[in-house]
Design a protein around this ligand. Structure first.
Ligand SMILES: C[S@@+](CC[C@H](N)C(=O)[O-])C[C@H]1O[C@@H](n2cnc3c(N)ncnc32)[C@H](O)[C@@H]1O
Length: 339
C-alpha cells in the first residue's frame, strides 16, 4: 500500500506496531530542494516538480518524529537503512540514539561525479545508517551474492569485498526519462534489500520519491509500502510501480554456488585436528607451499582459510613425537616446520 500522505501522520494511521521487516529510506536533506539541480548540474526539464523539502530549523523535530514512527513499525529484528548527506547527519544520528534501535553499520556510499568545487574537497559520498530493532533475529543474508570461496582475479574473497562498508556504486543517468530529484540507484537498493530481507518480506520507504525502493523491492519478490507527499510524483509513480512484475528482478540475479566452508564456527575435534596435521604434513612433503596447503585443507575440511592459517602460525598444529596425535601438554609438542 502506498499513500500520498505525510509519512509521520500516515504511519500513525496506517502502519501497525512491529509490522515491517525492513525500511530503506532517503529523507529530504534539509538543504533546499531547489538547489539540488545545481548540485547535480543537469537538465531539470524531466524532473517532476513539487519535491517537498524541510526547513533547516524544522529538521531536528521532523527527523525525530519520523524516526520514532519507523522504530515503532519495524518488527523486532527488523532493519532500517537511512540515507543521509553530511549537512544534517547529526540530527539523524541524534534521533536514532533516542530510539531503542541499535547501530549495525555506518556505511558510506561513494558515487561518481560529485559536484566540482575548487576551494574544497569534492563531495562524492552519502552516509547509509544501518540500524536494527532489538528483540528479534536480524536478517542478514551473508551469502546473498557470493559464496565463501569465490575469488576475484587478484585472489581476494568476493564475499568479503562485496560486504566492505564503503560501497562504490554509480548513480543512474536516465536521459529523457521522467525522474525524481535524487533517485537511488537500483544496484544500491538491490544490495540492501537482498542482504537484509527475504522473499515475501514487507519493505517500507517513508519518502518514496520515484518509488525506487518499492520498485526494486517488488522486483525482488518483496512486498512494499510507503509514503510520498508530492502529489505530482505520487500520481506519476503509482502508475509506474503498478507495471512492475512481482519477482521480475530475481531472474537477473546470479545464484552463488554452494558454500565450501560449511564447518565455520563449529568446535574442532581432536580427530579433526589430527587429520588436519596429517594432511598438512603430507601436502608440505609433496611440495605444496604453505598457502596452497592451507587452501586445500580449508576446502577439504570445510574450515575457513584464516582459521587454518592461525593454527599454523600459532603453532596449534602440533605433533607428538611419540604418537601421531595432537599433544595435550606443551612439553610433548614439537612445532612443525610449516614455513
Ligand atoms: C530524497 S527524496 C527520496 C528519493 C527516493 N529515495 C528516490 O530514489 O527517488 C525525498 C522525498 O521525500 C518527499 N517528502 C518530503 N517530506 C515528506 C513527508 N513528510 N512525508 C512523505 N514524503 C515526504 C519529497 O517530496 C521527496 O520526494
Amino acid at each position: 500500500m502506498f499513500y500520498n500522505e505525510d509519512c509521520i501522520t500516515g504511519a500513525t494511521k496506517h502502519l501497525a506496531d512491529n509490522s515491517l521487516d525492513l525500511i530503506i529510506t532517503d529523507p529530504p536533506y534539509g538543504i533546499g530542494g531547489d538547489k539540488l539541480d545545481k548540485h547535480y548540474n543537469r537538465d531539470e526539464s524531466k524532473v517532476i516538480d513539487g519535491y517537498v523539502e524541510v526547513a533547516a530549523a524544522d529538521y531536528p523535530a521532523f527527523t525525530n518524529d519520523w524516526i520514532q514512527q519507523a522504530a515503532r513499525v519495524l518488527k523486532p529484528g527488523g532493519s532500517l537503512y537511512v540515507v543521509s548527506g553530511y549537512t544534517n547527519l547529526r540530527h539523524i544520528l541524534n534521533a536514532l540514539a533516542e530510539t531503542e534501535m541499535e547501530e549495525v553499520n555506518h556505511l558510506i556510499w561513494k558515487y561518481n561525479f560529485g559536484v566540482y568545487t575548487s576551494k574544497k574537497y569534492i563531495s562524492s559520498h552519502y552516509h547509509l545508517l544501518y540500524y536494527a530493532k532489538p528483540g528479534g533475529k536480524r536478517t542478514f543474508n551473508t551469502f546473498a551474492f557470493y559464496a565463501d570461496s569465490e575469488k576475484s582475479e587478484n585472489g581476494g574473497s568476493l564475499n568479503y569485498l562485496d560486504r566492505e562498508d564503503v560501497l562504490i556504486i554509480n548513480r543512474e543517468y536516465k536521459p529523457g526519462q521522467i525522474k525524481n530529484k535524487n533517485e537511488l540507484p537500483s544496484t544500491l537498493l538491490t544490495k540492501m534489500i537482498m542482504y537484509s530481507s527475504n522473499q515475501g518480506d514487507l519493505v517500507g520507504d517513508f519518502f518514496l520519491g520515484s518509488f525506487s525502493t518499492a520498485k526494486v523491492a517488488i522486483g525482488l519478490g518483496r512486498r512494499s509500502c510507503g509514503f510520498e507527499l508530492n502529489r505530482l510524483a505520487f500520481t506519476h509513480q503509482i502508475g509506474e510501480v503498478a507495471k512492475i512484475e512481482y519477482g521480475c528482478l530475481l531472474r537477473s540475479l546470479r545464484t552463488p554456488p554452494k558454500n565450501k566452508i560449511v564447518n565455520r564456527g563449529k568446535t574442532l575435534t581432536n580427530e579433526e585436528k589430527e587429520a588436519i596435521v596429517a594432511e598438512y604434513l603430507s601436502l608440505i612433503a609433496n611440495g605444496f607451499n604453505k598457502k596452497n596447503s592451507i587452501e586445500r585443507i580449508s576446502e577439504k575440511f570445510g574450515r575457513g582459510y584464516w582459521s587454518i592459517l592461525q593454527m599454523v602460525d600459532n603453532g596449534t598444529l602440533t605433533y607428538s613425537i611419540n604418537s601421531p596425535v595432537v599433544a595435550s601438554s606443551p612439553a610433548q609438542q614439537v612445532i612443525l616446520p610449516f614455513d
